[in-house]
Design a binder for this molecule. Sequence first.
Ligand SMILES: [Zn+2]
Length: 739
Amino acid sequence: MKVVSTVLLFFILGTVLQAQSSLATMNWESKLRSVPSQEKLREYVQKLSARPHHAGSPFGKENALWIQARLKEWGFQAQIETFEVLLPTPKVRLLELVGPKRFTAKLQEPAEPIDPTSSHLSEQLPVYNAYSIDGDVTAPLVYVNHGIPRDYEELDRRGISVKGAIVIARYGASWRGIKPKLAAEKGAVGCIIYSDPRDDGFFEGDVFPKGPYRNKDGAQRGSVMDMPIYPGDPLTPGIGATPNAKRLDLKEVTTLTKIPVLPISYGDAQPLLEQLSGPVAPESWRGALPITYHIGPGPAQVHLKLQFNWDLKTIYDVIGTIPGSVYPDEWIIRGNHHDAWVYGAQDPVSGVAAMLEEARGFGELLKQGWKPKRTILLCAWDAEEQALLGSTEWVETHADELKQKAVLYINSDSNGRGFFGAEGSHTLERFINGVVRDIEDPEKKIPVWKRSQLQRISDARTAEDRNELRQRFDLRIGALGSGSDYTAFLDHLGIASLNIGYGGEDGGGIYHSIYDDFYWYTTFSDKDFSYGKALAQTGATAVLRAADAEILPFDFSNFAETVRRYLEELKKLHQSQQEEIRERNKQLAEGVFAAIADPQEVSVPPPVSEEPPSINFAPLDNAVNQLSRSAEHYEQAVKKNTGKSLPDSKLRALNSKLIRTERVLVHPDGLPGRPWFKHMLYAPGQYTGYGVKTIPGVREAIERKKWKEAESEIIRAALVLEAEAKLIESAGNEFESTK
Ligand SMILES: [Zn+2]
């Protein structure tokens, strides 16, 4: 009875998709959700984070083999796929202040006696930025705040150039790889990135080991590859890095940095920053160090010397499979990386442990006679940290098959205590909302969906936002750009993707440091692994629901509505640029800048710019209207047929169209200047990195004031949206022609 009334309720609310979950599926689901155990999660996290396990390390390989053995034990077919990739590791790291005072940076995170694993110094990968080039430079230092475009405009206004200088930028406000990229474009010869205590150190809370935040010597490793061009192995863009793959020469690679880059702690940064003079940094540039922040240039003179081993190394992906019993050629793919920078109890072990509990759950179901309709793949990726190598090379290797068979990809990366969060393809927004309505929050014993909604109501800034949160049936999910292993699936091949996880109650400053380990995780984060269990329940439910759904769980109403919002944002962006430039030109003509400039300080007025012309958004307006109509038509068709079964041939035709709805959104030529990125709706920003660009071709053309390019990108985006609308329309017709 309960099931029937649930179905009715969902029908009334318009979630026709849940209505298709049969009673049988619901029984399997609740069995599946009862499997994940906090004790098992603790065991896996302790085991997998016991020693440093970066890609290319002996323990990394051991972990991959251990994961493979567990998957086999639980009834999966499991294999290791290896790739040979360029994986540089540091040979020489030297950073010294050579004048006016002398100081040599320590570049070492010390062991903490209370933290048992932090002392394996010989196995730890030192603090460095992967895919920095070799270099040996001595130059005056300039502080550039976060080192993003806005910061360089500020420097221009003060007549300060970084040409020939070494810049020091703080972490934050962009993906780290953007900082050296932009610094090099501005003429800098070296780049230092440091963790300011304002962002994840003592300004935020007690530092490790007293508290969870970054201590004086803690530093953030990380990739600085130009991933907005393409991620994965630098030597094999667009193809899998198999042993016999045709490789680029190192000289031909475009994704390495152009200047040497090194990340440091604030213990090492403070002596450098103290030796800067020149103008005092604007208030928003100041961190929490007990110094007056100056910009420079100099008089601090810095010597930076870096050399790397440019070796090919073997990486190990683990791929576990349960073949589908009805639709073996429709694949539901779930993944999380297994490599860490060092111990990585949080990043990635907390995520991979949850995925292992999902796997054990599927094993239990298999023993009880369950067979998934569709094929399930569980993937533990290697070398995510350096540049998403394991997932990218696997996707490129299997691209043809994936284009045919992949239904969707569900990623997680790491997990913590707190609120559920998801980003992804908007066609899956309704689906993932449905999943988390059925997951209980371990702290509050309410659905995690509800807790997330109430948190957003509390955080909302306007009455309008709060109203929407109360009225809209589904919580919105953010768009995905890049930053984890979904990138190749979504951006390169157009496979609908989701990224899921919990967090928000366990801040800290151990990201990519040696202190992200079992001691830290069990002292400051998801101590009892109850949110690990919630993630396992969430991932498992999503995979099972997609694998056994009669009609694949894509929804287009939220999608069409969201694309319309993106279009409105683009129009506003263009309009605000027009207004801003009109106003600035007016002030230049009035003499505002000349009149207010302090003659005792350097001040350069902004240049007069041409006012942006009008842009013709009509092709996108028409395409979005068409998309809305098709989405409405599809929703009505599904509603009308709720409770009825489609004949098998219709069902297969319908599902194969639904699978293609994300594929249609890619353009074979890709985005301007970066053809690897083929999705016309989602991509990482070229100058923000993680920062997601929606309808990125159009958006970035407007930002760079390339009006002709903006109009041609509008036409290209409109064409894929029109094709999408037609496909959705024809998916809807599969229902109607059954009468
Ligand atoms: Zn990670």
